[in-house]
Design a protein around this ligand. Structure first.
Ligand SMILES: [Zn+2]
Length: 345
């Protein structure tokens, strides 16, 4: 494509790497640290103007109170979800505005009766609020819809939002930002490949990481090459999205589109295809007609953990597999015991 590959924008490359390293996924903890730093910065500015440590301290408390309030508004189980931490809903804006105006109006205006200081503090507080609100927008309205099953964790959604963000900037020819967000999303997709258990989703993450990579490479290409890149990126995005909308049947291991497959067990996010429902219902009943106690005896394990089950299975299958002279019945029993216990995890 390019006769000579233009070099990577080094500074931006390391900057993105650095940001990803300190903030892999934005959580409530990060919001608090960010609030602390901004409070410190703004109260210093306030101090330089007013020359009063006490007043600056009041402002410091005021600003950090905004991030604290936002964190308190996030449900406990969602404190690690980037879109919940950074997205601010309408009602939350009202609450945050009220909280941030209360101290300046009450202390600076009513108690101290100082209009200038009140105005200055309100301006500083509002700069922070507007920053929070502007940033929140991209986390509230992802334009590419995403199958948000429980199995797709926070990393998936965050990577998706970042990729989307990158595409938006790319379309606006804002290539520096597009580069930053595409690299950021690429790093998260690489993490997902490592952490994801489902094979199809691993592949999807891998294809998405290629989309991100192509995007960042394209940012530094010349205009003619960009047109070629866009074609490839669109194709790649389609391929990745198709995988994201596919799931493997946990029984026959065939891959289906998400609307053609059913969740068999909400707790474990296991999928079963229509064929397996029809054909294997009888077999399955027999197959799992084995008690947990018996299954544990067959595998000779006490604690039901994934590791224990597979370790023992690997050990025992060496002797009971028909290919190495074991009996077929014994082999099936062993497999059933394994599957029965895996269902308990
Ligand atoms: Zn199936």
């Amino acid at each position: 494509m390019n006769k000579k590959q233009s070099s990577e924008p080094l500074l931006l490359y390391y900057f993105t790497k650095f940001v990803k390293k300190i903030i892999p996924i934005y959580t409530a903890k990060h919001l608090l640290i960010e609030g602390f730093i901004i409070s410190l910065l703004f109260s210093t500015i306030f101090y330089l103007i007013t020359n009063s440590i006490l007043l600056s301290f009041v402002l410091f408390i005021n600003i950090i109170f905004i991030s604290l309030t936002k964190i308190l508004l996030i449900p406990n189980d969602k404190q690690n979800e980037t879109h919940e931490v950074l997205g601010i809903k309408k009602l939350e804006i009202l609450i945050l505005t009220f909280i941030s105006l209360f101290i300046p109006l009450f202390i600076f205006y009513i108690l101290l009766n100082n209009t200038q200081i009140t105005l200055l503090s309100i301006i500083l507080v509002f700069i922070y609020l507007i920053f929070l609100y502007k940033r929140s927008k991209k986390y509230l309205n992802p334009t590419i819809s995403m199958p948000y099953y429980t199995e797709l964790n926070n990393e998936w959604l965050t990577a998706y939002i970042y990729l989307e963000h990158s595409i938006k900037h790319y379309n606006k020819q804002n290539y520096t930002r597009a580069y930053f967000w595409s690299k950021y999303s690429e790093y998260i997709y690489v993490d997902i490949i490592k952490n994801e258990n489902k094979k199809v989703l691993q592949q999807a993450a891998s294809e998405f990481s290629i989309v991100s990579n192509l995007l960042s490479t394209s940012c530094k290409a010349d205009n003619f090459d960009k047109l070629i890149f866009i074609k490839i990126i669109k194709k790649q995005l389609k391929k990745a999205t198709e995988l994201l909308y596919s799931r493997e049947c946990n029984y026959c291991e065939q891959i289906y589109k998400i609307n053609k497959i059913n969740l068999s067990n909400n707790k474990n996010n296991k999928f079963i295809c229509d064929n397996c429902i029809k054909n294997n219902l009888k077999n399955k009943k027999q197959k799992y007609n084995i008690s947990i106690k018996k299954a544990k005896n067959i595998l000779e394990i006490n604690k039901i953990t994934k590791d224990n089950i597979y370790k023992s299975y690997r050990e025992k299958v060496k002797y009971s597999h028909p290919d190495v002279g074991g009996s077929k019945k014994e082999f099936i029993q062993l497999k059933n015991a394994r599957d029965r216990l895996l269902k308990e995890i």
